[in-house]
Design a binder for this molecule. Sequence first.
Ligand code: CAA
Length: 389
Amino acid sequence: MTDTALFPLSDEHKMILDAARDFAQSEIAPIAAEYDETGKFPSDTIKAMGEMGFMGIEVPEVYGGAEMDTLAYVLALEEICKADASHGTIMSVNNSLYCHGILKFGTEEQKKKFVTPVASGEAVGAYSLTEPMSGSDAATMRSRALRDGDEYIINGRKSWVTGGPVADYVVVYVVTDPDKGAKGITAFIVDANHPGFVRGKKEPKMGIRASATSEIVFEDYRCPVENRLGEEGEGFKIAMTVLDVGRIGIASQALGIAEASYDAAIDYAREREAFGKKIGQFQGNSFKLADMKTRIEAARLLVYNAAMAKERSKTTGERFTLAASTAKLFASETAMFCAHASVQIHGGMGYSKEYPVERYFRDAKITEIYEGTSEIQRLVISRLETGLR
Ligand code: CAA
């Protein structure tokens, strides 16, 4: 049930929701366990998702996208993540961290050249902020870009790049002026097929294993000035602005995982018997199911609220940081709560790879970590509310 009294869906929303649900259940759900096991990047289904418009849902048609609104984006992402969070991560990064950043801060040339192939699913985009020694404290990064005529020479090591092993283009954040802290960081769009771009160690992850994550090493990578995103020193603000959008995507992903966990728990509680009853008749389980459902519906309202706040910002220009962070915090903790409860209701079967809840449990954990940990979301929310730092 995705239509709520607060957020009634238009015909267009229902259309994309149905299309995403059909595709997710028929094309993604049957292969999810295999791709989780092998960690192989699902190139074919990602390409097909691009053809359906899922890789650039809010991107204008002129740049290869589907030109729909933010609610359409979160509805589709939620459905994809119900089937497989790995596909969802790839979709989220391409739509928000990559396409949105270039659409908002890029030049006309950059939009044509770098958004079009990614929004249409022909190429994969990535976002690279984190480094081995700077995760939550992102502004302390060390990778450097030095201006040399019409180019910048980039050196350094970035880590935890979603799509790193396969990406065609990456928006990377590096230091151009080390004396200026956060105001000395600049964003660049780099082409992965250019000399000096080296794909580093692939991360052996607990979950979302098919969404290929690796380090990227820059060895005297020459980036033309026209591929700088925004002005020198604007990079940190761009990174944070874009993360507000990314966090809405992760919140939708978490909602999808929570729903998948809940649906599996309901089915199992209805069918499995113990002590002469369906296990859903025991209060220990039925109360768990009620708590899961309540948290899911609360998370849904926060996620859709954040989508609407972002949609409004297209005309008002207002930030929607609070809506994005509250949605991400609550939805990711709901995903973990629901996956944990679902495994528990499944008992031994929940610990087996023969049932998908074991994967949901591993996938749910990352939503409390990437694109800002739950602790960082609490810091962002409390700073905004108190005005204190
Ligand atoms: N929108 C616009 N501007 C923002 C902003 C936002 N949401 N948040 C901060 N800024 C601006 C501030 O206004 C400030 O600018 P002024 O000085 O001009 O006012 C500037 O950015 C610096 O802000 P802070 O002083 O608040 O910066 P900070 O160093 O204290 O850091 C932080 C704040 C919230 C902790 C931030 O570092 C943060 O979000 N950390 C987490 C990073 C993160 O989420 N990393 C995940 C990377 S992606 C990933 O996980 C992998 C993947 O591929 C998916």
